[in-house]
Design a protein around this ligand. Structure first.
Ligand SMILES: *Cc1c(COP(=O)(O)O)cnc(C)c1O
Length: 531
């Protein structure tokens, strides 16, 4: 399998090169040159696999055996989906595994994606990506420094995965917006004592570090090392000993691994609803809280590969660019990032919209290139007519305020005795706004809501919705035991990047970029680095 850019079909990269690069050299996102197809018979043959076996089968379609041998890939999957996960016994038949799918009423299902080490779905994609990078680092004896910006959950997942991979060749620089993540999330970042992890708090909005990171990757990333090698998957002659790799969801590894839980969800729901696996006349809609659209991109890819998925519905908060795009075809950054109680989906420009557009246009690189050029020039994209129709055929959306989110969280608890986190509450509220009936005894077709994080990470929101006393009792009686220990740990002070108000955001970002380069090269790469 080869990889190319969303904006240009003439590139040809191996999986390793795409994974290690993060962005494509032209600033586009990597996509496989041909999206693999899964036909109904193959789908059927996979329907009873364990989560990690299913992950192996799906990832195998994207990564050739020359690059990672079967047994190595199998081990990577096993390792990624066992250590630190709870295996949850669900109340019904079907494989008991790390991702329980629970029926909450009528034909509606909740998919608990948060039983991993950091209590968030990000563990699922991130751990495989980090373990694959660790594998390649060892194979080539190269230092890889991972770089991420987090709106709350990507950071902890990356910190934990890098610390668990325990490979001296693999280090991590993580940036979070100061004061804009929950206390629990901050602790997840600042209580890990590893010389291989460096944590930065920047005084800005959730995606203000995206540009500096993109710039760092463009000069210190894999692409800069003499580019790609058209003819040979295996023999990449790379001389640099160290490079920086971005692992936010623009990295193809993230949506690729995340599509596994969409397929898994389809199997579990089909089983309960007695739908024949692969029956395209009975597609399943999926509603999910949406930020950078990495999860959405995984779902859309699964659909394009042949999994009977119907509409994908994006639940967003008042940072609503994705909602505006889906409703009106207007894709542009809002004036400023609003603080919300669902901070993990605070986003101004979701990078994976580009992958969504790519698959929406059936892989039309020229069209995507044109769109992105317009976006770069005018900071705005207008999708009208045919394109807006196509977009609305595949996607729906709803914008949920904090108040609506809290009401939903409260209502779901009172009605079903089921506590959800604020992001899942955004998705449930979005489902209701789109007329998915949670409480109806028999609705037409089943649908699933993705629950992306455990409520244990969100004391503030749960307290606002259900009261202080509720929280205290929850901590006493139902708090995951793995989560309890984090309160007792000592926090290390993160490095702070200040926002000099006399400077423009652009100049502030330049200063931050220099700081980050310095940390990577001095702390992680020592003297042998070159920029
Ligand atoms: C990251 C995150 C999301 C959004 O996922 P994207 O792939 O960025 O759209 C939703 N919920 C939680 C809890 C998250 O951490």
């Amino acid at each position: 399998m080869r990889y190319t850019s969303t904006r240009n079909s003439s590139y040809s990269f191996s999986f390793e090169e795409a994974l290690c690069s993060g962005y494509a050299p032209d600033g586009g996102l990597f996509v496989p040159t041909n999206l693999p197809k899964i036909d109904a018979s193959v789908l059927k043959s996979w329907s009873l696999l364990s989560f990690s076996q299913l992950a192996f089968q799906i990832i195998r379609l994207f990564v050739s055996c020359n690059e990672i041998l079967d047994e190595d890939l199998f081990q990577i999957c096993e390792k990624s989906f066992s250590f630190g996960f709870d295996v949850v016994q669900d109340e019904l038949d079907g494989p008991h595994d790390i991702v329980p799918v629970k029926k909450i009423g009528g034909s509606s299902y909740i998919v608990e994606l948060f039983h991993g080490p950091t209590f968030c779905f990000k563990d699922l994609g991130m751990r495989v990506v980090v373990n694959m990078l660790s594998y390649f680092a060892t194979k080539r004896q190269q230092n890889i420094s991972l770089i991420v910006s987090t709106t709350g959950d990507t950071g902890p997942a990356a910190v934990q995965a890098v610390s668990d991979a325990d490979n001296p060749l693999l280090t991590l620089l993580v940036h979070f917006p100061k004061g804009q993540i929950s206390a629990f999330q901050r602790k997840q970042l600042t209580t890990v004592n590893s010389p291989r992890v460096h944590v930065v708090a920047f005084e800005g909005g959730g995606d203000d570090m995206d540009l500096p990171i993109k710039n760092i990757l463009s000069t210190s990333g894999w692409n800069d090392m003499g580019g790609h090698h058209e003819d040979n998957d295996v023999n990449v002659h790379v001389h640099r000993k160290s490079f920086v790799c971005g692992v936010n969801s623009y990295n193809i590894g993230r949506p690729m691994v995340q599509l596994v839980h969409f397929v898994w969800t389809y199997f579990r729901v089909a089983e309960r609803e007695q739908i024949e696996v692969g029956d395209v006349s009975k597609p399943m809609d999926i509603i999910l809280p949406t930020g950078a659209m990495g999860n959405m991109a995984g779902g859309f890819m699964a659909k394009k590969m042949g999994v009977p998925i119907g509409r994908l519905c994006a639940g967003v908060n008042v940072n609503d660019i994705t909602h505006r795009a889906i409703q009106k075809g207007e894709f542009y950054k809002s004036a400023k990032m609003e603080k919300t109680m669902s901070d993990a989906i605070n986003i101004q420009v979701p990078y994976n919209f580009e992958r969504i557009l790519f698959y929406l246009s059936n892989g039309n690189h020229v069209q995507v290139h044109e769109w992105m050029k317009t976006m770069e020039k005018e900071n705005k994209l207008d999708l009208k007519g045919e394109w807006l129709d196509k977009l609305q055929h595949e996607f729906s959306s709803a914008r949920i305020t904090d108040e609506e989110m809290c009401e939903t969280l409260q209502k779901v608890y009172e009605k079903y005795n089921y506590l959800v986190d604020p992001h899942t509450a955004v998705a449930i509220a979005a489902a209701e706004k789109n007329n998915y009936r949670v409480d109806e005894s028999q609705s037409d077709l089943p649908y699933a809501i993705l629950s992306t994080a455990s409520p244990c990470k969100f004391e503030e929101s749960v307290t606002v919705a259900l009261g202080k006393e509720f929280w205290v009792n929850y901590v006493k009686d139902h708090f995951p035991s793995r989560a309890k220990s984090i309160f007792a740990k000592h926090e290390n002070e993160p490095t702070v990047y200040q926002h000099d108000d006399s400077l423009s955001l652009e100049d502030v970002q330049k200063v931050w970029e220099e700081h980050s380069r310095k940390i990577i090269h001095e702390k992680f790469f020592g003297n042998h680095a070159s920029t």
